[in-house]
Design a protein around this ligand. Structure first.
Ligand code: ZN
Length: 126
């Protein structure tokens, strides 16, 4: 059976056959963020892939809280939290974003952020 996948790609999360949400690439630009995505997706086939191939793999928007997205784009530090084989915590704003020393400040900003200030946040992250 042929499917029409949004953006031409299926979602790489096992058991997810979403046909509606936007697709997002695995973030290979940051090894730490990539590692968390792969652990949460927990698809054994992906761990072996080199970045070049991994970059073509897509995750659907079903696995992200709305706060991770701005229209159809995903913030650079967003992490998947929903319906994942390798992650069962309650999704919240803290576990939806990658934090390092710099991003801790971002996180504090995020807690205060309102819809109206999302544009500022987007510029700051990207
Ligand atoms: Zn999916």
């Amino acid at each position: 059976m042929d499917y029409y996948w949004p953006g031409g790609h299926p979602c790489c999360v096992a058991g997810c056959f979403d046909l509606k949400f936007s697709r997002y690439r695995i973030p290979v630009h940051n090894e730490n963020i990539k590692k968390i995505w792969l652990e949460r997706i927990n698809n054994p086939a992906l761990f072996k892939l080199p970045n070049k191939q991994l970059h073509n793999i897509r995750v659907c928007g079903l696995h992200f809280l709305p706060v991770c997205k701005r229209q159809t784009r995903l913030y650079a530090t967003s992490l998947p939290t929903i319906n994942l084989p390798g992650f069962s915590d309650e999704p919240n704003i803290t576990n939806s974003f990658f934090k390092d020393e710099v991003m801790m400040r971002t996180s504090q900003k995020l807690l205060k952020v309102t819809t109206a200030s999302c544009d500022v946040l987007f510029i700051y992250l990207c």
